[in-house]
Design a protein around this ligand. Structure first.
Ligand SMILES: *Cc1c(COP(=O)(O)O)cnc(C)c1O
Length: 214
């Protein structure tokens, strides 16, 4: 499935993040050898371990829930953090990025699913923080866009409307707060089960795991 997905994404100018959680080093190395560079992990220990043994030009994406006290383990190498879910977490990412003399790309994760287990900003709260310039003031963070996960359901209408909402949040935040920043260009939405819907609704980055390894 890898070749089809690569083609699907490159035809549309979309970035494919290969989600490698639970996958072996050799499975990842195989994708690397066929030219893939963007990889995602959802847990810090696995991310650190894989980073240590795999080639250094891999772009590692942290896609899962991130606790502030774990940021220090990934700040020296992580390429993008998709799970920017609070002001205090951004503060910590900024501090650790500065310690490493880096600027880290971060996405603001917004809660679009109606499931308790899924985290992220409430849109009203996010707008209020952005209006107060709380999130844009960090010198060692570049806010590249937003991320969201749809409800786990077989009802495609629900998924479609959640992704459509996320796309309109993206457009609003970009025009109201980042219109002078070319780098606000990333809408991370879509996984194995729903990436086609996500792409139809305007995704620029999909995070795909299980489907890749079939
Ligand atoms: C596991 C995971 C994915 C990929 O899920 P698949 O269904 O295996 O494609 C995407 N995003 C996040 C945040 C994940 O934890």
């Amino acid at each position: 499935m890898y070749k089809e997905l690569v083609e699907f994404c490159s035809d549309r100018g979309i970035t494919l993040v290969a989600v490698t959680k639970i996958r072996s080093i050799s499975a990842i190395q195989n994708l690397y050898d066929s030219g893939h560079r963007n990889f995602g992990e959802n847990r810090v220990p696995e991310l650190v371990e894989k980073h240590e043994v795999l080639p250094t030009d891999i772009k590692w994406h942290m896609i899962g829930h991130l606790q502030s006290n774990k940021v220090k383990y990934i700040a020296s190498f992580v390429s993008m953090i998709h799970s920017g879910t609070s002001l205090s977490l951004l503060k910590e990412i900024n501090k650790r990025a500065a310690n490493n003399e880096r600027i880290i790309d971060v996405l603001l994760q917004i809660k679009i699913a109606n499931e308790e287990a899924k985290s992220g900003w409430d849109m009203e709260e996010l707008i209020s923080q952005l209006s107060n310039n709380e999130l844009q003031r960090f010198e060692n963070i570049r806010i590249r866009g937003i991320m969201g996960m749809a409800t786990f359901t077989s009802d495609e209408n629900i998924i479609k409307s959640e992704f459509s909402n996320l796309k309109s949040y993206f457009d609003t935040i970009k025009s109201d707060f980042f219109s002078h920043h070319d780098y606000f260009d990333t809408l991370s939405m879509g996984m194995s089960g729903d990436y086609k819907i996500a792409v139809a609704e305007g995704s620029t980055m999909v995070r795909i795991g299980s489907l890749l390894f079939q």
